[in-house]
Each structure stands twice: as C-alpha cells, then as structure tokens.
Ligand binder design. Structure first.
Ligand SMILES: Nc1ncnc2c1ncn2[C@@H]1O[C@H](COP(=O)(O)OP(=O)(O)OP(=O)(O)O)[C@@H](O)[C@H]1O
Ligand SMILES: [Mg+2]
Length: 278
C-alpha cells in the first residue's frame, strides 16, 4: 500500500521563480487595515507586505485578530485601509473582488464537497479552466494517482458510483482528516493564486502530515506564490516562513525573520503567556 501522504507531496521538483525581480516584487501590500466589531477595534491599523514566493506567518494569542485580518484582506468582513495586489488597488469588502485579484483563502476547517472525488474537488476549485500551469499539474498528478489507485482497490465504492453519470472514484469521505486538509489546500493551489492565505493549516494534523504540508507549501512558494499563514504551531511557522508578523489585540507588536521575532522579549512574554493561559 503506498503512503498516501507521500503521494500528495511526490512530484517533479518545483521550478524556482525566475530572476531576482520576481522574488523581490511585492505581491500583496496592506496598509492600515482596520476592523471594528461593535465599536471595538479587533484589527487596529495593521500594515504588511508579502513578496512573490515569500511565506509570511501571522502569529499571536487567541483572539488577537489573526482570522479577522485574513477576513478583512479577503473581503469577508467590512474593513478600512488600502490593499494592493501586484501593485493594483483592490477595494476592500468584496470576496469576489478579492478572489479576482488572485487572493485565495483557505478556511480554518476543510470544506470539500464530500460527495465529489478528490480530483473533482480540485477541478471545482479551478472553475474558470483558464489556468493549466505547472502549479496545478504539479499537485494534480499525485492526487490523481491516488484516486486511480483507490479506484482499483476500492471496488464497492466504485461500484456504488457506477451509473451516476460521473467517472467512478471515491468520495472525500474515504480520506482521513489530514488528507482532507491537504486536499483542501490542493484545491486552493489549483485555483492558481497570487497569494494563498491559510488559517491554521496544520491544525489537527499529525507531525508526519505537518511535515508533508510544510513540503507542499514550500513548493508552492517556490513557484512564486505569496503565502500568508496563520498558525499556532511555532515550529511549523519557523520552518516555513521567511518573515513573521506578531499580533496582539489587533496590533502588530513585532515583525521580522522568525529568529528576530523570537529574540523580542515582549513577544515571548505576550505570546507564550497567552498560549499558556489557553
Ligand atoms: N463576527 C464577530 N463579531 C464580533 N466579534 C468577533 C467576530 N469575530 C471575531 N470577533 C472577536 O474579534 C476578536 C478577534 O478574533 P479572531 O477570530 O480574529 O482571533 P484569532 O487571532 O484568529 O484567534 P484564534 O487564535 O483563536 O483563531 C476576538 O475578540 C473575537 O471574539
Ligand atoms: Mg483564528
């Protein structure tokens, strides 16, 4: 039996972004982002920048506004401030505009359409069918291999689906929780984002699955995609991210490389203090 997690991450070596210009160019700039709930500031003047191919982590205690910041940037909650994607202004407050600008958001819990196969779920994400680039192929190939192997070994499932008018294949309910999360991320990647925003992608994953996720996301960043990653697993953030922004009560209290941020005593006190309370 092949290792399913390996199948998710096996594939050709990612193609490095071409030229230093591409690597250094900001793909996302957010300036003075603010969100209020009932008159209380929850995101309180956050500014940040993500370069192409760069992974930026957002960490902070529970309730510090990380998810709300992602919601603001992706137009899910009303917000003020300025947002630029690839240098072009994107008006806040519309998920549709955010998506069209190339921002793809993965939620805190996997949300695949359970009745569809893994491959169908990925194709669903890539609904405009314009993009057929390396990125999608890199991820689709191993997933399709897995689906094909399941099809051969999972005869009852395949038989149950015969006559449904769709190609036979297992639904996502045969996948483990960790595999469903990876599939969800695969859907996001197949949508060919400029920036992929992930909210606690490692939550509920085993350490082996977290390693697979790390490899997967490094490969995505190497393709030139910007990553904005919220997570509570500090080892995962440190291993993945080029820079880290630390939020506390909606404000940026520190930013820099992971090493720089962890040298900041305030961060240690604020973050670990709250983490211990959680
Ligand atoms: N829809 C909402 N209405 C009112 N208050 C909200 C709403 N969503 C979040 N909040 C509040 O905003 C604050 C920030 O919440 P948010 O979910 O962004 O934190 P977080 O940093 O993502 O926390 P966690 O680490 O637990 O995921 C919290 O005080 C929360 O109670
Ligand atoms: Mg959150």
């Amino acid at each position: 039996m092949p290792d399913p997690i390996r199948l998710f991450v096996a594939g050709p070596e990612p193609v490095p972004a071409t030229g230093s210009d591409q690597v250094r160019q900001p793909v996302l700039r957010a300036r003075d982002i603010r969100v209020d709930f009932a008159g209380e500031p929850v995101v309180d003047g956050v500014s940040m920048r993500i370069d192409r191919g760069e992974a930026v982590g957002v960490i902070g205690p529970r309730g510090s506004g990380k998810t709300t910041l992602l919601n603001a940037i992706t137009g899910v909650v009303p917000a003020t401030g300025d947002l630029f994607v690839d240098g072009l202004p994107v008006r806040l407050g519309s998920p549709e505009r955010s998506r069209r600008s190339g921002l793809v958001r993965m939620f805190q819990t996997p949300q695949p359409v359970r009745a569809l196969s893994s491959a169908d779920n990925i194709l669903l994400a890539n609904s405009d069918h314009r993009h057929r680039d390396l990125l999608a192929a890199w991820l689709l190939r191993p997933l399709l291999t897995r689906v094909q192997q399941e099809r051969q070994t999972d005869t009852p499932t395949a038989a149950a689906r015969a006559g449904s008018g769709r190609p036979a294949g297992p639904g996502t309910d045969v996948l483990t929780y960790g595999e469903r999360r990876l599939l969800d991320i695969a859907r996001g990647i197949a949508a060919v984002p400029r920036v992929l925003l992930l909210d606690e992608p490692s939550a509920g994953l085993s350490s082996r699955e977290t390693d697979a996720l790390l490899l997967l996301l490094r490969g995505v960043a190497a393709e030139g995609v910007g990553l904005l990653v919220v997570d509570h697993k500090i080892d995962f953030i440190d291993a993945l991210c080029d820079r880290v922004t630390v939020l506390e009560t909606g404000r940026v209290v520190a930013e820099g490389t992971p090493a720089e941020v962890w040298r900041d005593r305030r961060v240690m006190d604020a973050y670990l203090g709250a983490a211990h309370d959680a």
